[in-house]
Design a protein around this ligand. Structure first.
Ligand code: ZN
Length: 291
């Protein structure tokens, strides 16, 4: 066992690679563009091999990845991506490729489960029985932790595809379901619906009121389904000032005082304490879990 841990946050546009010490300090890092599996994984492997050659040894790697991904340890395709629409990445054997090339123990989970894990260990959901981490970025995903362990059944949950149903003002764009959360409120959906990226929409653009309404329905459904003590809303789209507050207000009125709770909703629906670092720290937490 070494004192360093390798971590990869694998996303649809980039792979963040980092080497951490035990105190969660980054010793070395690289951002690698997501192109083809051969090229991107090849560059990740080269980065970590260079660290080893420079004397920075590690024996564990945590891999927090976009999905869907096979997380069943008894499956012959454990650690492979599955039905991702991302060109070239369908069935890509992520975990096996990295484990073999780098000859180390690899722990894999979804990016949202990993971020949920980091927030549980070091952030907003410490000491909770049930917590949920949601990302609203290019896509929408959510990870549920029960006493620190991710909820996992046949597959990992795909809660970005919870159906919201028709919204008067807009038409959802998910190729599978139309008006699911991802089809209505992801960064990609906002761009498709409004013609410009979310960060270019002005503060008083009608898109934001609709965004609050859709995400409040999502929060309503998650709160009544899982009763989380923390529902963490992260991801690039959530960086919009005031959005979290307006979602919380809408959720309050949607729930209509039905849930008798000791906590205020504003203490349950919160931003990630670890900010943009929750994903890569989640990968670190995975690496530490196999040490
Ligand atoms: Zn969908």
């Amino acid at each position: 066992m070494s004192d360093l841990f390798a971590a990869i946050e694998a996303g649809g546009t980039k792979f963040n690679c980092a080497l951490f010490d035990r105190q969660k300090n980054i010793v070395a890092e690289a951002r690698i563009a997501t192109t083809s599996p051969e090229e991107t994984l090849g560059q990740c492997i080269a980065f970590f091999q260079q660290q080893r050659e420079a004397g920075l040894a590690f024996s564990e790697l945590g891999l927090a990845t976009f999905g869907p991904v096979d997380l069943n340890p008894t499956s012959p395709t454990y650690g492979n991506l599955t039905t991702t629409p991302k060109p070239g990445w369908k069935n890509a054997p992520l975990m096996r490729t990295l484990a073999e090339a780098l000859n180390c123990n690899v722990a894999i989970d979804t990016d949202v489960n990993a971020a949920a894990r980091a927030e549980y260990l070091w952030g907003a959901s410490m000491n909770t029985n049930v917590s949920i981490y949601v990302t609203v970025g290019t896509g929408v995903g959510a990870g549920v932790l029960i006493n620190g362990k991710p909820l996992q059944g046949i597959l990992h949950p795909e809660m970005g595809h919870i159906l919201i149903g028709d919204i008067q003002e807009i038409q959802g764009v998910c190729p599978y379901h139309g008006s699911c959360v991802e089809g209505l409120a992801s960064g990609a959906a906002m761009k498709a619906i409004w013609g410009v990226p979310a960060q270019e929409l002005s503060d008083n653009h009608p898109a934001w009121a609709i965004q609050s309404k859709v995400l409040a329905k999502f929060c309503h459904n998650l709160l009544v389904s899982f009763s989380p003590e923390r529902l963490i809303l992260g991801g690039g789209v959530m960086a919009k000032p005031g959005l979290l507050e307006s979602i919380t207000q809408e959720t309050e009125s949607s729930l209509n005082h039905y849930l008798a709770m000791d906590s205020k909703l504003s203490e349950i629906i919160v931003p990630p304490t670890l900010g943009e670092r929750s994903g890569i720290l989640g990968a670190l937490a995975l690496a530490m879990s196999v040490a």
